[in-house]
Design a protein around this ligand. Structure first.
Ligand SMILES: Nc1ncnc2c1ncn2[C@@H]1O[C@H](COP(=O)(O)OP(=O)(O)OP(=O)(O)O)[C@@H](O)[C@H]1O
Ligand SMILES: [Mg+2]
Length: 277
């Protein structure tokens, strides 16, 4: 892997770094200030998907969000991605209001969302092609990105020839190929088996450490959040809001069997269960 090809902002090493270690890149910060989102529902009763949410995502941070179904996690991610705008309040990305989606915000969804008629390589190249990047550069960047997720050998395979875990790796490669400043992940590993999920988590941490980007990662799984996050945002529903933000000082690589891991799991679980209080 040639980090400079994949991400010009590369600079961090693959070595284990303690949680909260400052990163070299200054980009990738998000400031969510007093954000509310009102949706009209089919029964005509409007509801607050988010109410007065404020949150800073620090440059280079791995931030996890957890909360019950319907608490507004995806709504929040969609705002940072530029897919939807707040009803009230503001969302700033590196100091500027978000005008819409763009290559700086890489998004990975739960469903693989790959084009079935394109090979892995062509799927990864697609966004670059749409932006008019020349063929040779497109190809080189897509290959570097596939290499990063360990799938260079499967570049010419179609999605139906790939396992669920491999497809999700392609989705990650497709987001990384644009050299995003933030990676927005909405339950990206929810559909894969438990063992593959653990492998993908470890690979994602390696990539995050190697290329130094900010990650906003939504999950329903407390263990996943404690394994991955520098901080864990625990959300509550009706209306969607932040219940608590839990700092995660555990050094990496983290050991799920350790007492400190279990203690943090219990802390997040307690905040999760104390919904509505
Ligand atoms: N486009 C929409 N129109 C109307 N209501 C919406 C829309 N999108 C989301 N909502 C509502 O806003 C609330 C928050 O939805 P959101 O998808 O953000 O929740 P979530 O926390 O991601 O849930 P899940 O864990 O199930 O994915 C829900 O009550 C949902 O029904
Ligand atoms: Mg969601």
């Amino acid at each position: 892997m040639v980090p400079g090809v994949l991400n010009p902002r590369a600079g961090r090493t693959a070595d284990a770094v303690p949680a909260g270690t400052p990163v070299t890149t200054a980009a990738g910060s998000v400031v969510v200030e007093g954000v509310s989102k009102l949706y009209a529902s089919t029964d005509g009763e409007p509801s607050w998907a988010l109410l007065n949410v404020s949150l800073d995502i620090r440059p280079g941070e791995f931030l996890c969000a957890i909360g019950p179904s319907g608490c507004g996690k995806t709504t929040l991610l969609n705002m940072i991605a530029g897919f939807t705008a707040p009803t009230r309040g503001s969302v700033l990305f590196d100091g500027r209001p978000i005008a819409g989606p763009g290559p700086d915000q890489g998004v990975v969804f739960q469903e693989y969302a790959l084009f079935p008629w394109l090979t892995a390589q062509r799927n990864v190249e697609f966004g670059l092609q749409m932006r008019g990047v020349a063929k040779a550069e497109r190809r080189e960047r897509a290959r570097a990105s596939l290499d990063m997720v360990g799938l260079l050998g499967a570049a010419d395979r179609y999605p139906f020839e790939l396992s669920g875990g491999m497809r999700q790796r392609v989705a990650v490669a497709r987001a990384l190929v644009n050299h995003p400043r933030i990676l927005l992940m909405d339950e990206p590993f929810a559909a894969v088996d438990a063992l593959t999920r653990v492998t993908l988590q470890t690979e994602l941490l390696r990539i995050w450490q190697e290329i130094g980007l900010t990650v906003f990662f939504i999950t329903h799984n407390i263990e996943e959040a404690v394994f991955l996050g520098d901080r864990i945002v625990v959300m509550a529903s009706r209306p969607g809001r932040i219940q608590r933000i839990v700092e995660n000082p555990l050094p990496r690589p983290r050991d799920r069997g350790e007492g400190a891991f279990g203690a943090l799991y219990a802390e997040v679980n307690e905040a999760f269960l104390r919904q509505g209080s």
